[in-house]
Design a protein around this ligand. Sequence first.
Ligand SMILES: *Cc1c(COP(=O)(O)O)cnc(C)c1O
Length: 395
Amino acid sequence: MKDSTGIDSLMDITQRPDFTIVEGHGCWLVDDGGKRYLDFVQGWAVNCLGHSPEIIQEALKKQAATLINCSPAFYNEPMKKLAACLTRQTGLHKVFFTNSGAEANEGAIKLARKWGSKHRNGAYEMITAKMSFHGRTLATMSASGKPQFEPLFEPKVPGFSKVPFNDIEALRSAISEKTIAVMLEPIQGEGGVIVANDDYLRFAREITRERGILLILDEIQTGVARTGKLFAKEHYDVQPDILTLGKGIGGGVPLAALIAHRDVSCFEHGDQGGTFNGNALIAAVGLAVMEHVGQPEFLAHVEAVSTHFVRKLEELAHERKLGEVRGKGLLLALDLNGDIANDVVKVCLEKGVLLNAPNARTLRFMPALNVSVEEVDECVSVLSQVLAELLSRIS
Ligand SMILES: *Cc1c(COP(=O)(O)O)cnc(C)c1O
């Protein structure tokens, strides 16, 4: 049968509204009916500079006219420059580029296993956290502590044990001779914006060092200025052995990175690769993004807007008797004190504001990092109206 819209030709992997997005500028999206949406999801914390920013347009135009792709078997200029930029910014030493966060974590798992085979008598077990999210490849789903993943795609990749997040004793007692690494998110984004306690991440660093195993931080959601520092690890003053970045690093184009300390960087030729890794076009965008978000003024803006946003959300929470406001920088969550998050997201969408609900009682906010105070006020004002309507309907 002919499918004139194309909708029936797409695999139905998620519920989508029945309009089509045709344009995006800054914090705003436009659908095919001309309706505008204030976007506080931004492709899941991906478009750190908003929709179609000049900086990315320019980087794409310039690089596309010069060199798009020459295969990862050759060096290209953007690949070298972005790697040097990332080692300088992270304090780590070796970078491997991927196309998605899951692939960066998959690479981290492989690197840790290779390291275990060389330095830990072939051990391969990793400790991850309950409610964590590390991606959708088979190994990264196996590593994730998302309960919904548990029954899926059995048998999983073996070798992952899960501990409750922010529980120091559980982590201490989970480490054995068979353990090679602990992998954590500084803030569990998909898990509902659960922030690691200061002493928890520091303990994770100390115990892994003491026991001679690796600490891997998954900063795919928290990195790239999202939390008001260039990397969330800076809030904790913790340096991992392996760091993964994704989402914001490409500002909307598919780019992610696996970054390791030189002592851990033990891949040999043939162990790791991928057709598009270090692709010149995409690396040029990553370089433009990282240089921009790394500027002190940019980080100061994120901090300032965040302080304002948190205050507005706390006022709203107080007014409507909601729960806590959590998160750092512009990765924030509001606990709604009841299972109404999906309804709130639905009504906000009708009113032209895009929000996300990581679970039934939580709203997550991940706007562009260059969002204005006025746009934050508009978002909170619409949210406030929607909550008033919904809460009066319930009571
Ligand atoms: C989004 C995310 C991933 C997966 O990244 P993809 O690009 O979707 O593969 C992994 N870890 C964390 C913490 C994430 O937020």
